[in-house]
Design a protein. Structure first.
Length: 179
């Protein structure tokens, strides 16, 4: 007897989480969800062992979904974990993989993209290398995110290291990356 795959969604956007839930349930998944690290911890302590997980990088407030990746990996070593974000950067992608994520996807991503990421178990050396130069805004965005990672997502310390006012940094973090 085969058991249904169990998907864990860690997403603070209720509408997006509900959409993902419905879509994956139609594909035969059993789905559980949490909107924070605390909610995730409660589910894992209750005995949840997911086979798959989708974790949003930026949760309520200044919380980082990166803190959820090791928790899921510890509870379910064989789970396929995808970090999903609207704030993609090289720094957070590298950290997500180091912490145990299997894939890192930038929003907008749909159920097909996520399921394809679950299915991929190896890298693809034939992936095209983009020769387009990064814009100054992209370079700034990646530098900010690398500094955030270096300071364990402490916004005040990041602002100090970048030599900018904390409110200025907070405004920059609220904006979506321009491509």
């Amino acid at each position: 007897m085969t058991t249904l795959p169990h998907l864990l969604i860690v997403e603070d956007d209720e509408t997006f989480a509900r959409t993902l839930r419905r879509s994956f349930e139609r594909r035969g998944y059993t789905v559980s969800s949490a909107s924070s690290l605390e909610g995730l911890t409660a589910l894992l302590e209750a005995g949840l062992v997911p086979t798959h997980a989708v974790i949003d990088l930026k949760l309520v407030g200044s919380a980082s979904g990166l803190t959820c990746v090791p928790a899921v990996r510890a509870a379910a070593p064989d789970a396929r974990i995808v970090v999903l974000t609207g704030f993609a950067s090289i720094a957070t992608a590298v950290e997500a993989i180091k912490l145990g994520a299997d894939h890192y996807l930038a929003k907008p991503s749909n159920t097909d993209d996520i399921e394809a990421a679950f299915a991929r178990t190896e890298g693809n050396a034939a992936t095209a290398v983009d020769t387009r130069q990064s814009s100054i805004k992209t370079v700034e965005w990646e530098h900010i995110h690398q500094t955030l990672v270096d300071t364990d997502f402490n916004v005040s310390e990041t602002a100090r290291r970048l030599g900018m006012h904390r409110r200025t940094l907070a405004r920059k973090l609220e904006k979506r990356q321009v491509r």
